[in-house]
Design a protein around this ligand. Structure first.
Ligand code: NDP
Length: 330
């Protein structure tokens, strides 16, 4: 038996409990993993609170990420004892996830943990950090270099934003960190932001075009924030959009695209193909300052996960949350 968080929905409203499960209850898959650490992302908070229909099947073990050690494998790429990390693929949404002592998954979903990243660090990174890396890679793919000018990052004090600021600064980019929390200015400068802007600069009614300010952007907010960001891109600027913290809508005009050649690059981490995941994890291993990662990470006991989740929805979580499940494995 192993501990697990379980979301059930017998009728209209869902309930969350901490319970015990056995291997026999786990879903199908060709690799069984002993989970060392999991984490909490914005999406986990939506699942745990039921604020959005993230969970597609009940009962569900939440947790879109985990790191751990292979216990049993029928997959040619993995053998018992291998250190692995999993992000997305519907885990914690349609397939039981990482907030449990064990997980059985498809081996094709697993990424070998790169040398130099511990199981705990992998979850300090988590989907948020791996998505931040995918965003940086998207900017690079479109030719953005530090010489092009400042890069703007929204939701900068959140999980994706914090890691994005640290990653960009490590590569020599000037970073304008946008936050709704003035009190986090010192934290953001410590991560490497060259300037800190109040979110209100991006929440006014978007105009088709605004004064050109940034060479590129990483946006976790969507809605008015993304529309304003697009309107302020320099000629041939690129925005990597990955989130909807401000909303699903996009009240923008095509003017930045057709008059300034701006690119809007969508970033999805969930179904991202394996080669891109391997590349992102390798770059995280080489680029991310692990001392900075530690500074942005808070550890939350497994038993407190249900109480912490609602704080995400209030925008009150700073940086990343790591959840030890079987930390002695890490
Ligand atoms: P967090 O809650 O850690 O961070 C979100 C941040 O957004 C907050 O900390 C806050 O930062 C800012 N924010 C909150 N509300 C608003 C608002 N109304 N307007 C503008 N900014 C706001 O979440 P994550 O970093 O884990 O995720 C961020 C977003 O990215 C989420 O929407 C998530 O679903 C999405 N995401 C998408 C992925 C993908 O594959 N496409 C993968 C991972 C995440 P501050 O206080 O600094 O302003």
């Amino acid at each position: 038996m192993f501990k697990a968080i379980l979301i059930e929905k017998p009728e209209e409203t869902q309930s969350v409990s901490i319970t015990e499960l056995s291997d026999e209850q786990l879903p199908e898959g060709d690799v069984l993993v002993d989970v060392a650490y999991s984490t909490l992302n914005y999406k986990d908070a939506l699942a745990l609170t039921g604020a959005a229909p993230v969970v597609r099947r009940f009962p569900m073990v939440p947790g879109i990420d985990f790191s751990g050690v292979v216990a049993e494998s029928n997959h040619s790429d993995f053998k018992p004892g291998d250190r692995v990390v999993l992000n997305g693929w519907g885990v914690g949404e349609t397939h039981w996830g990482g907030l449990a002592g064990r997980a059985r998954v498809k081996g094709d979903w697993l990424v070998p943990l790169p040398e130099g990243i511990s199981a705990k660090q992998a979850m300090a990174i988590g989907t948020a950090g791996y998505t931040a890396m995918l965003c940086v890679l998207a900017l690079e793919r479109h030719g953005v270099t530090p010489e092009a000018g400042e890069i703007v990052v929204s939701g900068a004090a959140g999980g994706v934003g914090s890691v994005a600021v640290a990653l960009l600064a490590a590569r020599g980019f000037d970073v304008a960190a946008v936050t709704g929390r003035e009190a986090e200015a010192a934290y953001l400068r410590d991560l490497g932001a060259s300037s800190v802007l109040d979110r209100s600069e991006l929440t006014g009614k978007p105009r088709p075009l605004n004064k050109e300010r940034w060479a590129a952007g990483i946006d976790v907010a969507g809605s008015t924030v993304l529309a304003n960001m697009l309107s302020m891109m320099k000629y041939r600027g690129v925005v990597a959009a990955c989130g909807l913290a401000a909303g699903m809508d996009l009240p923008a005009s095509v003017a930045p695209f057709i008059l300034r050649g701006v690119t809007l690059a969508g970033v999805d981490s969930v179904m991202c193909p394996k080669p891109d995941r391997l590349a992102a994890w390798q770059r995280l291993a080489s680029d991310l300052d692990m001392a900075k990662l530690e500074k942005i990470t808070v550890e939350v006991p497994f038993e407190e996960v249900p109480q912490i989740a609602p704080k995400f929805l209030d925008g009150a979580v700073r940086g990343r949350i790591v959840v030890p499940v079987t930390p002695e494995l890490g």
